[in-house]
Ligand binder design. Sequence first.
Ligand code: ZN
Ligand code: ZN
Length: 274
Amino acid sequence: MKITFWGVRGTLPTPDMDKMKTGGNTSCVEVRINEDMIIIFDAGTGIVNLGKKLLQEFAGKKIPPVYLFLTHAHWDHLQGIPFFGVLFCKGAQINIYGPAGKSRSLEELILMQMDDDFCPISYQKLPSYIDYFEIGEEEISLPNGVKVISKKHIHPGGAYSYRVEYKDKVFVYNTDIEHYATRLDQRVIEISQDADLMLHDAQYVEDQMQFHIGWGHSTWQQAVEVAKVANVKQLGLTHHDIKRTDKEINALEKKAKKAFENSFFCREGHTIEL
Ligand SMILES: [Zn+2]
Ligand SMILES: [Zn+2]
């Protein structure tokens, strides 16, 4: 399993000079099981560069089906969709999994992104095929024996964590998570149990958290606690605050490594092989 970070920033893209070593694109992670099995988590602006890479990789060949899982439909997890190059490939198949909104189906949430009041791209004219799969808490079987498990956690409007199991490897994607004020969310610990790599929301540091109760995010310290309790082997901290500079992230990473040796702050373009 090869995991590549295409967008590690939360809330908004941050194309600022002092943040570019970490990366300014919003949430998107590629999980490649093998050449023909493409799984993507979230479609923030990071998915635009991932789309460009996939078009180069499969130039002159048929692109394999894409399995795109959305944690929720906040802008920073959805705003790259209209510009994802695979949508414009003739005959490409894109399977989108995610929760419905409060009053809209998953399909309506995606179509809104491409409504002609907001976007110049006409959804009706796309040459690719898109199928929608609304999820709750469940176990989804994909080709090649890949299993994806989803679990809901605390976030304004709700959001989902995902666990990918393939052969003896486990990858877990936990973003946009707020734990309880006095304890960790047990559901997050359960889905992360014994993961080879867990990504976890680390938008805040402890001093900030008191001012952001109810905003739906975690501190890197809470992420470390989850990693320890759930016996995670490697921890990637992500969904960086829009104000967090490269220099600050380097300093926080040193602290995080002291608290949990096998941890790092996710940076755009970085790949980890499990
Ligand atoms: Zn977010
Ligand atoms: Zn969110």
